[in-house]
Design a protein around this ligand. Structure first.
Ligand SMILES: *Cc1c(COP(=O)(O)O)cnc(C)c1O
Length: 490
């Protein structure tokens, strides 16, 4: 089967390597696969994570040679601290898919450990020898995972923009202490949406791109707008399903639900792709924090970002414009690029759009949306620790609560897998206060106490932060991102 890619805003076709290298299409659209390859469940029953990864990626990346692909999968996932890469932990009827055993302790590592390699191979396939500059907007976790993935990668620079007041103290220290000759970390005055809009508008600035091109520089993205971010995330939907089969929690071909703490809609969209590839998923439960734009959309069919941006204890989900939702709209509209153009124009101009009734009902069939406010997030962390001795991070707690809401509302008792997206040690203040009480001590002392009281081991990546030097102190206005980039590159 011949898979190609096209943008959500035009019908022009590109190859996988072109899509990965560009990150975003010339019209500002996102690349999507033209078809969904199928995975036969029987064929992956006894496979390891890496083998399942090869089964999935090889179908999406036909230009990539088998031995290269196997080699980079090995390199990427050898960086994880557990051999299963993404194990499922079960207690009661809860199954938690732990996606935080990579180098930076959040699920972003799953894709960003391999994306630099995918990009290097794509550049070779496209005969590109220009310098590749990776622009990244982050709500906290993508930034560090991208820095870690791209640091000291030849012929590449990585530039991260993060909301200087919108990430956790640990997330901030992780980024600002990053070493490497090709890394740049800039705080912005503004929130994640401002950072993401700034990056998108740089991509859409043709004159600027021309200028860079004449200096033999091309821009790409490490955000989940890059299809190379999404594809590796499809893998753990399959691997976790197979783990439940192995454990006897389900029989092969039983349908399951997944609950996904959602911000930019990348992680949950990978679940939708897994479903299209043949994984028996009944519903995808889309869990938002107090920034509940998607919850409102599932109820009304109206996407409306005109509202207060709320800073929460799950900062990686503090997002009002979920970029990957554009891909979902495209698939649900039966590939209607013209309609997507119109809707995205409305979003830019008015801050809202309404989808046709038919699209709304297609999307409502697939997803259940709910949200969890700050008070409930803390309560869930406390209750789960008390009842099961398991320490949830705030993002995962949001998902946990939404799953409980769903069961109450639907009485659907089929197996459900909650995506556990970050280590609790990335958010020690919020977690400690939720389980014990507020404690005003220095953050590393708090981490020590949290580890002692909960009997957890402090991950190495957190321990070494304490004495790490802050190397990146610059904070700029969100309107000055292009200028700052020019200063670095030109
Ligand atoms: C990024 C992130 C999310 C949200 O994932 P999206 O793909 O943006 O929807 C949830 N939890 C954590 C810990 C994250 O870092």
């Amino acid at each position: 089967m011949n898979i190609s890619y096209k943008s959500t805003r035009s019908d022009k076709k590109v190859t996988a390597s072109q899509a990965i290298l560009k990150g975003i299409s010339d019209e500002g659209g996102l690349f999507v696969p033209s078809t969904f390859p199928q995975i036969e469940l029987e064929s992956i029953i006894h496979k390891s994570y890496k083998e399942i990864c090869y089964s999935v990626l090889s179908k999406y990346l036909p230009e990539f040679q088998e031995d290269y692909l196997k080699d980079i999968i090995n390199k990427a996932y050898n960086k994880f601290s557990v051999p299963q890469v993404a194990p499922v932990v079960s207690f009661g009827n809860h199954h938690l898919l732990e996606l935080f055993h990579g180098p930076t302790l959040a699920f972003k590592d799953v894709a960003l450990s391999i994306l630099p390699y995918l990009m290097q191979i794509s550049a070779k396939l496209q005969n590109v020898d220009d310098e590749i500059v990776i622009l990244t907007a982050t709500s906290g976790d993508t930034g560090k995972a991208a820095l870690e993935g791209f640091t000291d990668v030849e012929n590449t620079k990585i530039i991260v923009f993060y909301p200087s007041q919108g990430v956790s103290s640990i997330q901030k220290k992780q980024m600002t202490s990053q070493v490497g000759d090709n890394v740049y970390v800039l705080g912005i005055e503004g929130n994640f949406d401002d950072a993401q809009n700034g990056v998108k508008s740089i991509f859409n600035d043709k004159d600027f791109q021309e200028k860079l091109k004449s200096e033999k520089i091309i821009l790409s993205s490490a955000n989940s707008i890059n299809i190379g971010r999404l594809l590796p995330q499809v893998v753990y939907y399959f691997s976790s399903y197979m783990e439940l089969v192995q454990k006897g929690a389900i029989a092969l071909h039983d349908s399951v639900n997944f609950t996904v703490p959602t911000g930019n809609f990348g992680d949950i969209l990978a679940g939708y792709y897994a479903k299209r590839m043949g994984l028996p998923i009944h519903k995808l439960l889309c869990a938002s924090n107090s920034n509940n734009v998607l919850y409102d959309f599932f109820k009304t069919g109206i996407y409306n970002k005109n509202r207060e941006f709320i800073k929460t204890t799950s900062p990686s989900m503090d997002i009002l414009i979920s970029s990957n939702f554009e891909r979902m709209l495209y698939h649900a509209s039966d590939n209607d690029a013209e309609l997507i153009n119109d809707l995205m124009k409305e979003l830019t101009n008015k801050g809202s759009y309404t989808v046709p009734e038919k699209m709304k009902s297609i999307i409502s069939e697939l997803f259940y949306g709910s949200y969890c406010d700050e008070e409930s997030t803390a309560k869930v962390i406390g209750q789960v620790y008390e009842k099961h001795g398991y320490v949830l991070d705030p993002h995962t707690a949001v998902a946990y609560k939404v799953y409980e809401d769903y069961v109450k509302e639907s009485s659907d008792e089929r197996a459900n897998i909650i995506l556990s997206t970050a280590s609790p040690f990335k958010f020690p203040e919020a977690v400690y206060e939720a389980i014990f009480e507020k404690k005003n001590v220095e953050v590393y002392e708090l981490i020590d106490t949290l580890a002692q009281k909960t009997n957890l081991t402090i991950p190495e990546a957190i321990r070494k932060l304490k004495d790490a030097e802050v190397l990146h102190k610059k904070v700029i206005s969100s309107h000055k991102m292009k200028e700052a980039l020019g200063e670095i590159l030109l």
